[in-house]
Design a protein around this ligand. Structure first.
Ligand code: GTP
Ligand code: IMP
Ligand code: MG
Length: 400
């Protein structure tokens, strides 16, 4: 079975938790887009694992691929591997693969350009300043370095990148030749560490499909941040929706796959851009309650996430983009204890009662919570399959 896990809002819905949960019997787990702008947190028996680039299936020791559609900061990846290894996770070139076609984030150029641009432009996006957009721009401009280019040095693009950026980063470099030699040196250094992880993974993915293996495809960010379909220009630079999957894994996605849309029980957004259901100033107390209980601060930047009510028009819109076969609702526990909830439906707010707790004393879903879930199903036209009610891996229950 192939399961694709996608964010149905603006990211941070809990895709990492579900990827880990569904990876318990997975043969392969693939990340198809984005870079270290993502932050997935997985909690197992109170122990926290933080992932940015490595697919969440690594925790259950599934084979993991960082796919062709991603942009990779290899310096950061080294840190991530180190931290996870120190937490007892096995990572080596037998269980982690990097697709040769993935684009590289140049750590000493792209984040800096991203930051300069955010500071100087008259319409900042509120990026994570990791240089993700710069990497995708250079990919589109056909001058980026790809993972395979550190094995056989792509001198032509090394020169192109040096010429393009030496002036902007020239507090260290006088002309492009200096930047060029730094880039060559960096590539050679990365070659020593990463060469054995880099392969063309398309066939491996294809074989796993025809052998009916269990494959989990993990998204990052959310549909509303999709470069084409999201709230442009306040979006990320990758295709975060189902349309990006085949390209991002280097293999046609079979039609009979499951597409699980991850829906936070309310709405959050980091960075700028429209957020129709955002709580106004007078609902500050409620948004603080949610922010505190939900820990709504960015994993990557530490920024406070903006808080809004559940917007079912957004979920419906992203269902049209993604074709969810089922939904998972996360963080319902965060809302517990509020009196009334607002939900945006057909452009208008409706008020619904909240729940004291998601589960009753016998471990069944409470009536008020079940009605909330049914309202989601009715409006979106997709069944809710799972409910997550704490950060812990074990706290997921099927909704039947
Ligand atoms: P991006 O790829 O960055 O969009 O992230 P993500 O979708 O993997 O989500 P992320 O881990 O950034 O954010 C979800 C946060 O909520 C994490 O800290 C989780 O541990 C936590 N979390 C997940 N599910 C639940 C839940 O049901 N209840 C509560 N209280 N916390 C949850
Ligand atoms: P970038 O991807 O760093 O270029 O940022 C572009 C927009 O996407 C900004 O609004 C970011 O806050 C947002 N963004 C990027 N990655 C994530 C994520 O993993 N979760 C939530 N928002 C994100
Ligand atoms: Mg996140």
């Amino acid at each position: 079975m192939i399961k694709v896990i996608l964010g149905a809002q603006w990211g941070d819905e809990g895709k990492g938790k579900f990827t880990d949960y569904l990876s318990s019997d997975a043969d392969l787990c693939i990340r198809f887009q984005g870079g270290n702008n993502a932050g997935h947190t997985i909690v197992i028996d109170n122990k926290k694992f933080k992932l940015r680039m490595i697919p969440s299936g690594i925790i259950t020791n599934s084979k993991c691929i960082i796919g062709a559609g991603t942009v990779i900061n290899l310096d950061q990846l080294e840190e991530e591997v180190e931290t996870l290894k120190n937490q007892g996770i096995k990572i080596n070139s037998e269980n982690l693969f990097i697709d040769s076609k993935a684009t590289l984030v140049i750590p000493f150029i792209y984040p800096k350009i991203d930051s300069i641009r955010e500071a100087k432009t008259n319409s900042p996006i509120g990026t994570t300043k990791n240089g993700i957009g710069i990497a995708y721009e250079d990919k589109a401009a056909r001058i980026a370095l790809r993972a395979e280019d550190i094995i056989n040095l792509n001198l032509s693009n090394i020169k192109n990148i040096s010429k393009k950026y030496f002036y902007a980063v020239n507090n260290n470099f006088y002309d492009y030749k200096d930047l060029e030699s730094s880039l060559i040196k960096w590539c050679l250094n990365k070659q020593k560490i990463w060469s054995r992880y880099i392969i063309d993974t398309s066939e491996m993915v294809y074989n796993s499909f025809i052998e009916n293996k269990n494959v989990i495809i993990e998204g990052a960010q959310g549909a509303m941040l999709d470069n084409t379909l999201g709230t442009y220009p306040y979006v990320t630079s990758s295709c975060t929706t189902i349309g990006g999957v085949s390209q991002g894994i280097g293999c046609a996605l079979p039609r009979d796959c499951e597409v699980l849309g991850i829906v936070k029980a309310y709405t959050t957004r980091v960075g700028k851009g429209p957020l129709e259901s955002e709580m106004p100033e007078e609902e500050n107390k409620i948004s603080e309650y949610i922010s505190d209980r939900g820990g709504e601060f960015g994993t990557v930047t530490g920024r406070k996430r903006r808080i809004g009510w559940l917007d079912l028009d957004v979920i419906k819109k992203t269902h049209i983009m993604n074709g969810y076969t089922s939904l998972a609702i996360t963080k319902a526990d965060v809302l517990s204890g509020l009196s009334t909830l607002k939900v945006l439906v057909n452009g208008k707010y409706i008020e619904v009662p909240c729940w004291k707790s998601v589960l009753d004393e016998s471990g069944n879903f409470t009536e008020s919570f079940s009605s909330y879930v049914k309202m989601i199903e009715d409006h979106v036209g997709v069944k809710v399959k799972y409910i997550s009610y704490s950060p812990e891996r074990s706290d997921i229950k099927e909704f039947v």
